[in-house]
Ligand binder design. Structure first.
Ligand code: SF4
Length: 340
């Protein structure tokens, strides 16, 4: 029987330059191995924007494929092997609530303050459009400090969504304090006018369950088990975990940290487990261990079988589209990030 990997290889041979497969670092190993380009969301967004292929196959989650669609040329088409692969954190903010929050924050902050919104790339396209139209930009975990600095050069109150922890960790690192938290389920976000006026950054109360799973106790346990190890974590982790880690950074930073670990040494990595296990395989001369097994079930939805099915028939039901009225604002916000 022909295996999924053989079917993928045959389809890729036949399709040639017509198709490019982009794979996020958190995809399962067998899918990553089929990628023409493997990267974090920032690298993949840049690659999609520069690609000449007529069909872009995105092995990741929905907001990433949407970003590729927004940045691609009109004649290009973007597909996902499983378009149901979403991101719970992205779904924690919608366009309507974002507009309500921005409007209310402007009223509460008073005329003298200028609010600039920044949305993590892990947000839906309509939220990116709201941010683009409000003069803000998109960021990834790799360029969040730069994006916040850009926003601070345009206004004096920053509104970061939808990840409370990337926003807080980045603001802490830059000394943009105090940080206040906007709870979208409470009137006025649960904030008073005084709190809004005192804040430098306001963060939307959203989170990634894969990264908030990690705790300081897990870091302490890893240090006991692997004396002398270094612990590096992703900025979607909670600040109490960041406080006890040795290093903090985006997916590319974590890949780099493993590369730089000397043979024989141990590095403990606090991020999605598929990436950590793949790095452990890639560097057998050093010990690369996950802080804990925390897997993104949505990233895991993409299988070699679904990729093979897509490459064989490009089922229109797997094509990613973005409504015309959303594209312009979202592109504005994404382009500001790419121009950083
Ligand atoms: S790892 Fe977290 S932020 Fe990334 S896609 Fe999964 S749920 Fe969303």
């Amino acid at each position: 029987m022909t295996t999924a990997l053989e079917r993928i290889r045959t389809a890729k041979r036949e399709l040639g330059q017509d198709v490019v497969i982009l794979a996020h670092h958190y995809q399962r190993k067998e899918v990553v191995e089929q990628g023409d380009f493997v990267g974090d969301s920032y690298q993949l967004a840049k690659y999609a924007a520069a690609s000449n292929a007529r069909r872009i196959v995105f092995c990741g989650v929905h907001f990433m494929a949407e970003a590729a669609r927004i940045l691609a040329r009109p004649e290009q088409r973007v597909f996902m092997p499983d378009p149901r692969a979403g991101c719970p954190m992205a779904d924690m903010a919608d366009a309507r609530d974002s507009v309500v929050a921005l409007t209310r924050l402007r009223e509460m902050a008073g005329e003298k303050r200028r609010i600039i919104p920044v949305t993590y790339v892990n947000s839906n396209a309509d939220v990116k459009a709201v941010v683009g139209h409000a003069g803000g930009l998109v960021c990834t975990s790799a360029n969040a400090p730069k994006a916040l600095q850009w926003a601070a050069s345009k206004g004096d109150l920053l509104f970061f969504l939808p990840d409370e922890f990337l926003g807080t960790n980045t603001a802490n690192g830059l000394g943009y304090l105090p940080v206040a938290r906007w709870n979208p389920h409470e009137a006025d976000g649960g904030l008073t006018t005084d709190k809004v006026r005192a804040a430098r950054v306001i963060v939307w109360q959203g989170y990634c369950h894969v990264h908030t799973y990690f705790t300081p106790a897990m870091v302490a346990a890893a240090r006991l088990k692997y004396p002398g190890c270094s612990v590096v974590v992703h900025p979607e982790c909670k600040p109490d975990v960041v406080a006890v880690a040795d290093g903090l950074g985006s997916t590319s930073y974590l890949v780099d940290a493993v590369e730089k670990t000397a043979p024989g040494q141990t590095v403990v990595v606090g991020t999605e487990v598929n990436l950590v296990l793949r790095l452990a395989n890639q560097y057998p001369d050093r010990k690369v261990v996950p802080l804990e097994y925390s897997l993104c079930p949505n990233m895991y939805r993409t299988t070699p079988e679904k990729l093979a099915d897509l490459l064989e028939n490009f089922d229109p039901a797997r094509e990613i589209t973005v409504p015309e009225d959303v594209v312009a604002g979202a592109r504005l916000a994404l382009q500001r990030m790419l121009d950083l």
